[in-house]
Design a protein around this ligand. Structure first.
Ligand code: ATP
Length: 199
């Protein structure tokens, strides 16, 4: 599985529709300071569900929408798609090409889709779980991230290894099951209270 194309439209400095083709092997992005290199990494994190504007180097989420220049007016929405080659079926899906897309309007409303079918952010997170791809995944290593991993608490560092080992999905399912169990126990206690009041 590899990322083969990024489509950007109205995201940060990418005012017009732009397509970045990524071939197999190592790809370097070069350009003068402020030309938008880091904005490409921000775009990838954003599609994968980044909700913190600070992590995208902005003050509000709307800062990711092209804000206009002296000669161009600002845009009302932005859209980014990541297209993955999945011929090795590493992502559990029947498709050999997977396109995940996020669109956001100035109102703050976000839309997500997988292969042009609207979905929830949770579906995108589930799709990539245990592949290392994700806003917190080890496949995107931002500046200072290595230091952060080395100096983090052992329990936090363990999550990186769990994701790489492919057991993160079981941890998430276990936490979901424990939450449901707690809710069910609360309901049983409430029912017991009602029964004892009535009897
Ligand atoms: P460096 O090499 O200095 O790290 P870079 O190539 O990584 O730079 P970025 O940080 O990706 O550059 O891009 C910064 C540019 O993006 C700035 O010129 C900034 O004005 C522009 N930019 C950021 N957000 C927006 C926005 N919402 N609308 C328009 N332009 C934006």
């Amino acid at each position: 599985m590899f990322l083969k194309r990024i489509e950007l439209n109205g995201f940060k400095s990418f005012c017009n529709k732009k397509e970045i083709i990524i071939n197999k092997g190592i790809t370097g992005v070069v350009g003068p300071n402020g030309s938008g290199k880091s904005n490409i990494a921000d775009a990838m994190r954003w599609v994968l569900g980044e909700q913190s504007s600070k992590n995208l180097r902005g003050t509000s989420m709307q800062d990711v929408i092209f804000n206009g220049t002296q000669t161009r007016s600002k845009k009302g929405y932005c859209e980014v798609a990541l297209i993955f080659d999945n011929s090795d079926m590493r992502i559990k899906s029947e498709y050999t090409e997977i396109a995940v897309r996020r669109k956001m309007y100035r109102s703050g409303e976000s839309e997500y889709s997988i292969n042009n079918t609207n979905c929830r952010l949770k579906d995108i997170l589930d799709l990539f779980r245990d592949t290392g791809i994700g806003k917190e995944g080890y496949s995107i290593i931002g500046q200072g991230k290595i230091d952060e991993i080395l100096t983090s608490k052992a329990t936090d560092r363990r999550k990186v290894f769990e994701e790489a080992a492919g057991i993160m999905k079981y941890r998430v399912r276990k936490e979901e099951a424990e939450r449901n169990l707690r809710k069910t126990n609360d309901n049983i206690t409430r029912i017991d209270d009602i029964i004892s009041e009535l009897s």
